[in-house]
Design a protein. Structure first.
Length: 465
Protein backbone atom coordinates (compact mmCIF):
# COMPACT_ATOMS: atom_id res chain seq x y z
CA UNK A 1 0.00 0.00 0.00
CA UNK A 2 1.30 3.40 -1.02
CA UNK A 3 -0.22 6.81 -0.38
CA UNK A 4 -0.65 9.81 -2.68
CA UNK A 5 -1.99 13.36 -2.47
CA UNK A 6 -5.39 14.43 -3.73
CA UNK A 7 -3.55 17.19 -5.64
CA UNK A 8 -1.00 14.90 -7.26
CA UNK A 9 2.25 16.71 -6.41
CA UNK A 10 3.64 14.33 -3.77
CA UNK A 11 5.62 11.21 -4.63
CA UNK A 12 4.10 7.95 -3.38
CA UNK A 13 4.98 7.33 0.27
CA UNK A 14 4.49 4.57 2.83
CA UNK A 15 2.24 4.36 5.86
CA UNK A 16 4.60 5.77 8.51
CA UNK A 17 5.57 8.69 6.28
CA UNK A 18 1.86 9.31 5.71
CA UNK A 19 1.30 9.45 9.48
CA UNK A 20 4.16 11.91 9.92
CA UNK A 21 3.33 14.13 6.93
CA UNK A 22 -0.30 14.66 7.96
CA UNK A 23 -1.31 17.31 5.45
CA UNK A 24 0.32 16.55 2.10
CA UNK A 25 3.23 18.84 1.28
CA UNK A 26 1.38 20.12 -1.80
CA UNK A 27 -1.55 21.27 0.35
CA UNK A 28 -3.73 18.29 -0.52
CA UNK A 29 -4.82 15.35 1.61
CA UNK A 30 -3.17 11.95 1.65
CA UNK A 31 -5.16 8.93 0.50
CA UNK A 32 -4.31 5.32 -0.45
CA UNK A 33 -3.10 4.94 -4.02
CA UNK A 34 -5.66 2.14 -4.34
CA UNK A 35 -8.47 1.35 -1.92
CA UNK A 36 -8.04 -2.28 -0.80
CA UNK A 37 -10.95 -4.59 -1.58
CA UNK A 38 -12.26 -7.11 0.94
CA UNK A 39 -13.72 -10.20 -0.78
CA UNK A 40 -17.06 -11.67 0.25
CA UNK A 41 -15.61 -14.72 1.99
CA UNK A 42 -13.36 -12.50 4.09
CA UNK A 43 -16.31 -10.30 5.09
CA UNK A 44 -18.12 -13.41 6.32
CA UNK A 45 -15.10 -14.32 8.46
CA UNK A 46 -14.93 -10.80 9.88
CA UNK A 47 -18.57 -10.92 11.04
CA UNK A 48 -17.72 -12.85 14.21
CA UNK A 49 -14.63 -10.82 15.18
CA UNK A 50 -14.23 -8.62 18.24
CA UNK A 51 -13.75 -4.90 17.75
CA UNK A 52 -9.99 -5.25 18.30
CA UNK A 53 -9.75 -8.11 15.81
CA UNK A 54 -11.64 -6.07 13.22
CA UNK A 55 -9.33 -3.12 13.82
CA UNK A 56 -6.33 -5.33 13.13
CA UNK A 57 -7.84 -6.70 9.91
CA UNK A 58 -8.62 -3.20 8.60
CA UNK A 59 -5.41 -1.49 9.73
CA UNK A 60 -3.17 -4.25 8.39
CA UNK A 61 -4.49 -3.61 4.87
CA UNK A 62 -2.88 -0.16 5.00
CA UNK A 63 0.26 -0.47 7.14
CA UNK A 64 2.46 -2.07 4.45
CA UNK A 65 4.01 -4.40 7.04
CA UNK A 66 5.88 -1.31 8.31
CA UNK A 67 4.53 -2.18 11.75
CA UNK A 68 5.20 -5.81 12.78
CA UNK A 69 2.09 -7.87 13.43
CA UNK A 70 2.64 -8.18 17.19
CA UNK A 71 3.37 -4.47 17.53
CA UNK A 72 0.20 -3.51 15.66
CA UNK A 73 -1.88 -5.84 17.80
CA UNK A 74 -0.30 -4.36 20.92
CA UNK A 75 -1.07 -0.80 19.77
CA UNK A 76 -4.69 -1.75 19.16
CA UNK A 77 -5.01 -3.58 22.48
CA UNK A 78 -3.53 -0.68 24.47
CA UNK A 79 -5.64 1.91 22.63
CA UNK A 80 -8.99 0.27 23.34
CA UNK A 81 -8.18 -0.98 26.84
CA UNK A 82 -9.04 2.56 27.99
CA UNK A 83 -12.71 2.19 26.96
CA UNK A 84 -15.47 1.66 29.53
CA UNK A 85 -17.47 -0.82 27.43
CA UNK A 86 -15.84 -4.13 26.43
CA UNK A 87 -17.45 -3.85 22.97
CA UNK A 88 -15.75 -0.45 22.47
CA UNK A 89 -18.62 0.80 20.24
CA UNK A 90 -21.78 -1.03 21.39
CA UNK A 91 -24.87 -0.93 19.16
CA UNK A 92 -28.29 -0.38 20.77
CA UNK A 93 -31.63 -1.00 19.06
CA UNK A 94 -33.81 2.06 19.75
CA UNK A 95 -36.71 1.60 17.28
CA UNK A 96 -37.72 -1.16 14.88
CA UNK A 97 -35.42 0.05 12.09
CA UNK A 98 -33.04 2.41 13.89
CA UNK A 99 -30.02 1.42 15.92
CA UNK A 100 -27.66 3.76 17.71
CA UNK A 101 -23.94 2.98 17.77
CA UNK A 102 -22.47 4.50 20.93
CA UNK A 103 -19.07 5.94 20.14
CA UNK A 104 -18.63 7.73 23.47
CA UNK A 105 -17.22 5.08 25.80
CA UNK A 106 -13.62 6.30 25.57
CA UNK A 107 -11.71 8.46 28.09
CA UNK A 108 -13.22 11.79 26.99
CA UNK A 109 -16.76 10.54 26.22
CA UNK A 110 -16.59 11.39 22.50
CA UNK A 111 -16.16 9.49 19.24
CA UNK A 112 -12.80 11.16 18.63
CA UNK A 113 -11.28 8.85 21.28
CA UNK A 114 -11.61 5.90 18.92
CA UNK A 115 -9.11 7.36 16.48
CA UNK A 116 -7.04 9.50 18.82
CA UNK A 117 -6.27 6.88 21.44
CA UNK A 118 -4.77 4.84 18.60
CA UNK A 119 -3.05 7.79 16.92
CA UNK A 120 -1.56 8.96 20.23
CA UNK A 121 -0.09 5.52 20.86
CA UNK A 122 1.07 5.30 17.24
CA UNK A 123 2.89 8.63 17.50
CA UNK A 124 4.61 7.44 20.67
CA UNK A 125 5.59 4.19 18.95
CA UNK A 126 6.98 6.02 15.89
CA UNK A 127 8.84 8.53 18.08
CA UNK A 128 10.68 5.73 19.89
CA UNK A 129 11.31 3.56 16.82
CA UNK A 130 12.60 6.38 14.62
CA UNK A 131 14.05 8.52 17.45
CA UNK A 132 12.10 11.46 16.02
CA UNK A 133 10.51 14.50 17.63
CA UNK A 134 6.71 14.68 17.63
CA UNK A 135 5.23 18.17 17.95
CA UNK A 136 1.48 17.85 17.52
CA UNK A 137 -0.56 20.81 16.34
CA UNK A 138 -4.33 20.68 16.02
CA UNK A 139 -7.57 22.64 16.00
CA UNK A 140 -10.82 21.57 17.60
CA UNK A 141 -14.48 22.47 17.53
CA UNK A 142 -14.65 20.79 20.93
CA UNK A 143 -14.04 17.04 21.05
CA UNK A 144 -10.82 16.53 19.07
CA UNK A 145 -8.80 18.66 21.47
CA UNK A 146 -9.71 16.76 24.62
CA UNK A 147 -9.29 13.39 22.92
CA UNK A 148 -5.94 14.34 21.41
CA UNK A 149 -4.60 15.68 24.71
CA UNK A 150 -5.76 12.58 26.54
CA UNK A 151 -4.08 10.41 23.91
CA UNK A 152 -0.60 11.91 24.30
CA UNK A 153 -0.41 13.74 27.63
CA UNK A 154 2.70 12.83 29.58
CA UNK A 155 4.15 10.77 26.72
CA UNK A 156 7.91 11.15 26.34
CA UNK A 157 9.11 12.92 23.20
CA UNK A 158 5.71 14.45 22.36
CA UNK A 159 4.37 17.98 22.77
CA UNK A 160 0.85 19.02 21.80
CA UNK A 161 -0.76 22.39 21.12
CA UNK A 162 -4.50 22.64 20.53
CA UNK A 163 -6.39 25.67 19.22
CA UNK A 164 -10.06 26.01 20.09
CA UNK A 165 -12.54 28.85 19.43
CA UNK A 166 -12.83 30.99 22.56
CA UNK A 167 -16.19 30.51 24.32
CA UNK A 168 -17.62 28.57 21.36
CA UNK A 169 -17.31 25.04 22.78
CA UNK A 170 -19.37 23.51 25.59
CA UNK A 171 -18.18 24.03 29.15
CA UNK A 172 -17.34 20.37 29.59
CA UNK A 173 -15.37 20.32 26.33
CA UNK A 174 -13.42 23.36 27.49
CA UNK A 175 -12.72 21.88 30.92
CA UNK A 176 -11.56 18.55 29.48
CA UNK A 177 -8.86 20.42 27.58
CA UNK A 178 -7.92 23.24 29.90
CA UNK A 179 -7.78 21.47 33.27
CA UNK A 180 -4.75 19.52 32.02
CA UNK A 181 -1.58 21.01 33.54
CA UNK A 182 1.08 18.85 31.89
CA UNK A 183 4.30 20.42 30.60
CA UNK A 184 3.82 18.90 27.17
CA UNK A 185 0.34 20.44 26.65
CA UNK A 186 -0.55 23.96 25.46
CA UNK A 187 -4.13 25.17 25.00
CA UNK A 188 -4.69 28.31 22.91
CA UNK A 189 -8.18 29.79 23.06
CA UNK A 190 -8.62 31.74 19.82
CA UNK A 191 -10.92 34.76 19.53
CA UNK A 192 -12.69 33.46 16.45
CA UNK A 193 -14.50 30.43 15.05
CA UNK A 194 -13.34 26.87 14.50
CA UNK A 195 -12.93 27.71 10.82
CA UNK A 196 -10.44 30.42 11.83
CA UNK A 197 -8.51 27.90 13.91
CA UNK A 198 -8.58 25.32 11.14
CA UNK A 199 -7.44 27.85 8.52
CA UNK A 200 -4.39 28.77 10.62
CA UNK A 201 -3.53 25.12 11.18
CA UNK A 202 -3.74 24.30 7.47
CA UNK A 203 -1.67 27.37 6.57
CA UNK A 204 1.06 26.35 9.01
CA UNK A 205 1.14 22.78 7.72
CA UNK A 206 1.23 24.08 4.16
CA UNK A 207 4.37 26.06 5.07
CA UNK A 208 6.66 23.07 4.53
CA UNK A 209 9.75 24.87 5.85
CA UNK A 210 8.00 25.80 9.10
CA UNK A 211 6.44 22.34 9.41
CA UNK A 212 9.78 20.58 9.03
CA UNK A 213 11.70 23.03 11.24
CA UNK A 214 9.38 22.39 14.19
CA UNK A 215 8.57 18.74 13.41
CA UNK A 216 4.83 19.46 13.23
CA UNK A 217 2.50 16.48 13.16
CA UNK A 218 -1.24 16.53 12.53
CA UNK A 219 -3.88 15.29 14.94
CA UNK A 220 -6.88 16.57 12.99
CA UNK A 221 -8.67 14.41 10.45
CA UNK A 222 -6.39 15.78 7.75
CA UNK A 223 -4.26 12.87 9.05
CA UNK A 224 -5.42 9.76 7.20
CA UNK A 225 -5.01 7.57 10.30
CA UNK A 226 -7.97 9.39 11.82
CA UNK A 227 -10.15 8.28 8.91
CA UNK A 228 -8.75 4.75 8.93
CA UNK A 229 -9.49 4.22 12.62
CA UNK A 230 -13.05 5.48 12.22
CA UNK A 231 -13.67 3.14 9.30
CA UNK A 232 -13.49 0.16 11.67
CA UNK A 233 -16.68 0.93 13.53
CA UNK A 234 -18.74 0.90 10.33
CA UNK A 235 -17.69 -2.72 9.89
CA UNK A 236 -18.48 -3.46 13.53
CA UNK A 237 -21.94 -1.87 13.38
CA UNK A 238 -22.81 -3.57 10.10
CA UNK A 239 -21.98 -7.02 11.47
CA UNK A 240 -23.91 -6.35 14.69
CA UNK A 241 -27.03 -5.44 12.71
CA UNK A 242 -26.80 -7.67 9.62
CA UNK A 243 -24.54 -10.50 10.77
CA UNK A 244 -22.57 -12.23 8.03
CA UNK A 245 -25.19 -11.49 5.38
CA UNK A 246 -24.05 -9.44 2.41
CA UNK A 247 -27.57 -9.49 0.95
CA UNK A 248 -28.66 -6.79 3.37
CA UNK A 249 -27.45 -3.24 3.10
CA UNK A 250 -27.41 -0.98 6.15
CA UNK A 251 -27.79 2.78 6.01
CA UNK A 252 -25.85 5.09 8.32
CA UNK A 253 -26.90 8.51 9.61
CA UNK A 254 -23.82 10.48 10.56
CA UNK A 255 -23.60 13.82 12.40
CA UNK A 256 -20.67 15.58 10.79
CA UNK A 257 -19.15 18.99 10.31
CA UNK A 258 -15.70 18.31 8.90
CA UNK A 259 -16.80 15.39 6.67
CA UNK A 260 -14.29 13.02 8.27
CA UNK A 261 -16.68 10.68 10.07
CA UNK A 262 -18.94 10.20 7.07
CA UNK A 263 -15.98 9.87 4.70
CA UNK A 264 -14.85 6.93 6.85
CA UNK A 265 -18.19 5.31 6.02
CA UNK A 266 -17.69 6.06 2.34
CA UNK A 267 -14.25 4.43 2.53
CA UNK A 268 -15.73 1.33 4.20
CA UNK A 269 -18.29 1.12 1.40
CA UNK A 270 -15.56 1.43 -1.25
CA UNK A 271 -13.69 -1.39 0.50
CA UNK A 272 -16.67 -3.70 -0.01
CA UNK A 273 -18.85 -3.29 3.09
CA UNK A 274 -22.56 -3.41 2.05
CA UNK A 275 -23.34 0.13 3.14
CA UNK A 276 -26.53 1.55 1.64
CA UNK A 277 -27.18 5.26 1.88
CA UNK A 278 -24.92 7.53 3.91
CA UNK A 279 -27.14 10.18 5.48
CA UNK A 280 -25.25 13.34 6.31
CA UNK A 281 -26.64 15.17 9.32
CA UNK A 282 -25.63 18.74 10.00
CA UNK A 283 -27.04 21.83 11.70
CA UNK A 284 -27.62 25.42 10.56
CA UNK A 285 -23.98 25.52 9.41
CA UNK A 286 -25.14 23.47 6.45
CA UNK A 287 -22.56 23.89 3.67
CA UNK A 288 -22.44 20.10 3.24
CA UNK A 289 -26.22 19.74 2.98
CA UNK A 290 -26.32 22.45 0.29
CA UNK A 291 -23.57 20.68 -1.64
CA UNK A 292 -25.41 17.37 -1.61
CA UNK A 293 -28.72 18.94 -2.58
CA UNK A 294 -27.55 21.61 -5.02
CA UNK A 295 -23.95 20.79 -6.06
CA UNK A 296 -22.64 24.09 -4.68
CA UNK A 297 -19.91 24.09 -2.02
CA UNK A 298 -19.94 27.60 -0.56
CA UNK A 299 -19.61 28.71 3.07
CA UNK A 300 -22.51 30.65 4.52
CA UNK A 301 -22.90 32.77 7.61
CA UNK A 302 -21.49 31.14 10.75
CA UNK A 303 -24.15 30.26 13.34
CA UNK A 304 -23.60 29.17 16.96
CA UNK A 305 -25.86 26.17 17.60
CA UNK A 306 -26.82 23.59 20.23
CA UNK A 307 -24.44 21.16 18.48
CA UNK A 308 -21.19 23.19 18.57
CA UNK A 309 -18.88 20.42 17.35
CA UNK A 310 -20.59 20.74 13.95
CA UNK A 311 -20.38 24.55 13.85
CA UNK A 312 -18.08 24.37 10.83
CA UNK A 313 -18.37 26.05 7.44
CA UNK A 314 -15.28 24.64 5.65
CA UNK A 315 -15.03 20.85 5.84
CA UNK A 316 -11.43 19.64 5.57
CA UNK A 317 -12.23 16.12 4.39
CA UNK A 318 -14.51 17.24 1.59
CA UNK A 319 -11.43 17.26 -0.67
CA UNK A 320 -10.95 13.51 -0.18
CA UNK A 321 -14.44 12.79 -1.45
CA UNK A 322 -14.02 15.30 -4.28
CA UNK A 323 -11.01 13.30 -5.48
CA UNK A 324 -13.11 10.16 -5.92
CA UNK A 325 -16.09 12.09 -7.28
CA UNK A 326 -14.05 13.43 -10.21
CA UNK A 327 -12.63 10.02 -11.08
CA UNK A 328 -9.36 10.26 -9.11
CA UNK A 329 -8.21 13.16 -11.27
CA UNK A 330 -5.71 15.05 -9.09
CA UNK A 331 -5.33 17.91 -11.56
CA UNK A 332 -9.06 18.51 -11.53
CA UNK A 333 -9.09 18.46 -7.70
CA UNK A 334 -6.24 20.98 -7.59
CA UNK A 335 -8.16 23.19 -10.02
CA UNK A 336 -11.35 23.00 -7.94
CA UNK A 337 -9.47 23.83 -4.72
CA UNK A 338 -7.65 26.74 -6.37
CA UNK A 339 -11.05 28.01 -7.52
CA UNK A 340 -12.40 27.67 -3.99
CA UNK A 341 -9.48 29.66 -2.59
CA UNK A 342 -9.88 32.40 -5.20
CA UNK A 343 -13.68 32.60 -5.49
CA UNK A 344 -14.97 31.04 -2.27
CA UNK A 345 -17.08 28.36 -3.91
CA UNK A 346 -17.10 25.16 -5.98
CA UNK A 347 -19.88 24.23 -8.42
CA UNK A 348 -20.12 20.79 -9.94
CA UNK A 349 -21.98 19.56 -13.03
CA UNK A 350 -25.44 17.97 -12.98
CA UNK A 351 -23.82 14.65 -13.86
CA UNK A 352 -21.53 14.80 -10.82
CA UNK A 353 -24.39 15.96 -8.61
CA UNK A 354 -26.29 12.84 -9.64
CA UNK A 355 -23.40 10.72 -8.37
CA UNK A 356 -23.25 12.69 -5.12
CA UNK A 357 -26.93 12.01 -4.53
CA UNK A 358 -26.40 8.31 -5.16
CA UNK A 359 -23.73 8.29 -2.45
CA UNK A 360 -25.38 10.56 0.13
CA UNK A 361 -28.57 12.05 1.45
CA UNK A 362 -28.49 15.08 3.74
CA UNK A 363 -30.53 17.08 6.21
CA UNK A 364 -29.68 20.30 8.03
CA UNK A 365 -31.30 20.24 11.46
CA UNK A 366 -32.64 23.44 13.03
CA UNK A 367 -32.08 24.20 16.70
CA UNK A 368 -35.74 23.62 17.56
CA UNK A 369 -35.76 20.33 15.66
CA UNK A 370 -32.65 19.22 17.54
CA UNK A 371 -34.21 19.92 20.96
CA UNK A 372 -37.53 18.37 19.96
CA UNK A 373 -35.72 15.18 18.92
CA UNK A 374 -33.90 15.01 22.27
CA UNK A 375 -37.18 15.45 24.16
CA UNK A 376 -39.11 12.98 22.02
CA UNK A 377 -36.61 10.12 22.27
CA UNK A 378 -36.13 10.67 26.00
CA UNK A 379 -39.92 10.56 26.58
CA UNK A 380 -40.91 7.86 24.10
CA UNK A 381 -37.85 5.62 23.93
CA UNK A 382 -36.16 6.26 27.30
CA UNK A 383 -32.95 7.14 25.45
CA UNK A 384 -31.07 10.39 26.02
CA UNK A 385 -29.37 11.80 22.92
CA UNK A 386 -26.66 14.43 22.92
CA UNK A 387 -27.48 17.30 20.49
CA UNK A 388 -25.16 16.03 17.74
CA UNK A 389 -26.63 12.53 17.86
CA UNK A 390 -30.09 14.16 17.92
CA UNK A 391 -29.21 15.78 14.58
CA UNK A 392 -28.30 12.33 13.29
CA UNK A 393 -31.62 10.88 14.48
CA UNK A 394 -33.58 13.80 13.00
CA UNK A 395 -31.81 13.25 9.67
CA UNK A 396 -32.63 9.54 9.88
CA UNK A 397 -36.32 10.40 10.34
CA UNK A 398 -36.29 12.77 7.33
CA UNK A 399 -34.11 10.86 4.88
CA UNK A 400 -34.17 7.14 5.70
CA UNK A 401 -36.79 5.05 3.85
CA UNK A 402 -39.21 3.59 6.42
CA UNK A 403 -38.54 -0.06 5.60
CA UNK A 404 -34.71 0.19 5.59
CA UNK A 405 -32.43 -0.45 8.55
CA UNK A 406 -30.26 2.45 9.68
CA UNK A 407 -27.52 2.93 12.26
CA UNK A 408 -27.17 6.43 13.71
CA UNK A 409 -23.75 7.31 15.07
CA UNK A 410 -23.92 8.60 18.64
CA UNK A 411 -20.89 10.85 18.68
CA UNK A 412 -20.82 12.07 22.29
CA UNK A 413 -22.19 11.44 25.76
CA UNK A 414 -25.03 13.85 26.58
CA UNK A 415 -23.20 15.02 29.71
CA UNK A 416 -20.76 16.88 27.46
CA UNK A 417 -23.57 19.18 26.29
CA UNK A 418 -25.69 19.78 29.35
CA UNK A 419 -26.45 23.34 28.18
CA UNK A 420 -28.60 21.83 25.43
CA UNK A 421 -30.06 19.04 27.56
CA UNK A 422 -31.24 21.54 30.18
CA UNK A 423 -33.21 23.41 27.51
CA UNK A 424 -35.30 20.25 27.15
CA UNK A 425 -36.10 20.31 30.91
CA UNK A 426 -34.16 17.10 31.36
CA UNK A 427 -31.95 16.61 34.39
CA UNK A 428 -29.13 14.17 33.84
CA UNK A 429 -26.57 12.61 36.13
CA UNK A 430 -22.98 13.37 35.19
CA UNK A 431 -20.46 10.54 35.00
CA UNK A 432 -17.95 10.81 37.82
CA UNK A 433 -15.10 11.74 35.51
CA UNK A 434 -17.02 14.72 34.10
CA UNK A 435 -18.42 15.89 37.44
CA UNK A 436 -14.85 15.99 38.82
CA UNK A 437 -13.85 18.60 36.20
CA UNK A 438 -16.05 21.33 37.63
CA UNK A 439 -13.79 22.23 40.55
CA UNK A 440 -10.44 22.03 38.78
CA UNK A 441 -8.36 25.11 37.82
CA UNK A 442 -7.97 25.89 34.12
CA UNK A 443 -4.80 26.41 32.09
CA UNK A 444 -5.28 28.19 28.77
CA UNK A 445 -3.98 31.21 26.90
CA UNK A 446 -6.46 33.46 25.12
CA UNK A 447 -5.08 34.77 21.80
CA UNK A 448 -6.32 36.85 18.90
CA UNK A 449 -7.21 35.30 15.56
CA UNK A 450 -3.67 36.07 14.46
CA UNK A 451 -1.35 33.61 12.77
CA UNK A 452 1.62 35.78 13.79
CA UNK A 453 0.72 35.64 17.49
CA UNK A 454 0.03 31.91 17.37
CA UNK A 455 3.35 31.24 15.61
CA UNK A 456 5.16 33.15 18.35
CA UNK A 457 3.44 31.04 21.02
CA UNK A 458 4.29 27.84 19.15
CA UNK A 459 7.93 28.71 18.64
CA UNK A 460 8.32 29.35 22.35
CA UNK A 461 6.45 26.19 23.35
CA UNK A 462 8.21 23.82 20.95
CA UNK A 463 11.70 25.05 21.90
CA UNK A 464 11.29 24.71 25.68
CA UNK A 465 13.75 22.30 27.30
Amino acid sequence: MEFISTRGKVEKIGFIDTVLMGLADDGGLLIPAQIPQIPQDKLQQMASMTYQELAYEVFSLYTNDEIPQDDLKSLIRDSYATFRDPEVTPVRKVTDNMHVMELFHGPTFAFKDIALQFLGNLYSYVSKKKNTIIHILGATSGDTGASAIEGVRGKEGIRICILHPHQKVSKVQELQMTTVNDENVLNLSVKGTFDDCQRIIKDLFADVEFKNKYHLRAINSINFVRILAQTVYYFYAYFKVAGASSAQTVNFSVPTGNFGDIFAGYLAKRMGLPVGKLILATNENNILERFIQEGVYKPGQFVSTYSPSMDIQVASNFERYLYYLVGEDAEKVASYMAQFKAEGEIRISEELLGQVQQDFAAHGVSGDECLQTISSYYKNNDYLLDPHTACGVAAYEKRNPQDEVCVTLATAHPAKFNESIEKCDIEQTFPEQIAALMDKPQYQTVVDDSEKEIVERLEKFYTIG
